[in-house]
Design a protein. Structure first.
Length: 200
């Protein structure tokens, strides 16, 4: 019996109950994440009830920016890195290991890009539900910056990362979605009817 499917089943069952925080802790501990549980942050439209400051997704993968995120967002990030990013990195020449994700700060009180000043809507960053990825760093000293790309292995890795992210996040925006996302991948867990996902 594989351990990961059992762990996933346990934390999925817990996530719908009052023990959701314990479920998230279980997932992060499974991946060996390094994080700090924080007191609730902000208020109103800019509140994070269960924040964590995430330093590492696993013993191998550092997050130098130490983003503050909802625990569920941190868990989705750890799942994506383990199940999608690490195998994609292994397909690159020399099979380098992913050692670092460069990111934004996570929780930031601001409006969503593209919403008008007359009817602004809070960004998912306001609730700690979103994270921006700007660069992937590998143990052989190479790095892949998020930017418009064509016709090389860096493009293939970036597209693999972007497509697979939509299995773990409900919103994925990157180069080509709009000018505001040409230099990063925006990932969030916005809730929509019918589990509809926006992948651009």
């Amino acid at each position: 019996m594989r351990v990961l499917p059992v762990i996933v089943a346990i934390w999925s069952a817990l996530a719908g109950a009052a023990a959701a925080g314990d479920a998230c802790d279980l997932a992060l501990l499974y991946f060996g994440a390094r994080y700090e549980k924080l007191e609730p942050q902000g208020e109103g439209d800019c509140a994070v009830p269960d924040p964590v400051r995430l330093m590492r997704l696993s013993p191998e993968i550092a997050l130098p920016a130490k983003p503050v995120l909802q625990c569920d967002t941190a868990r989705a990030l750890a799942l994506w890195a383990d199940r999608a990013l690490k195998p994609a990195a292994a397909a690159l020449p020399g099979a380098p290991r992913l050692t670092q994700l460069d990111t934004g700060p996570g929780h930031v009180c601001r409006d969503r890009v593209g919403t008008g000043k007359d009817d602004p809507k809070p960004s998912e960053h306001s609730t700690g539900s979103a994270i921006d990825i700007t660069r992937f760093v590998f143990d052989d000293g190479t790095a892949i910056d998020i930017e418009p790309r064509e016709g090389d292995l860096a493009m293939a890795f970036q597209r693999s990362a972007r497509a697979s992210a939509c299995l773990y996040f409900t919103t994925v925006l990157g180069p080509g979605a709009n000018a505001a996302h040409d230099d990063h991948l925006h990932l969030d867990l916005a809730r929509r009817n019918g589990d509809w996902r926006l992948c651009q």
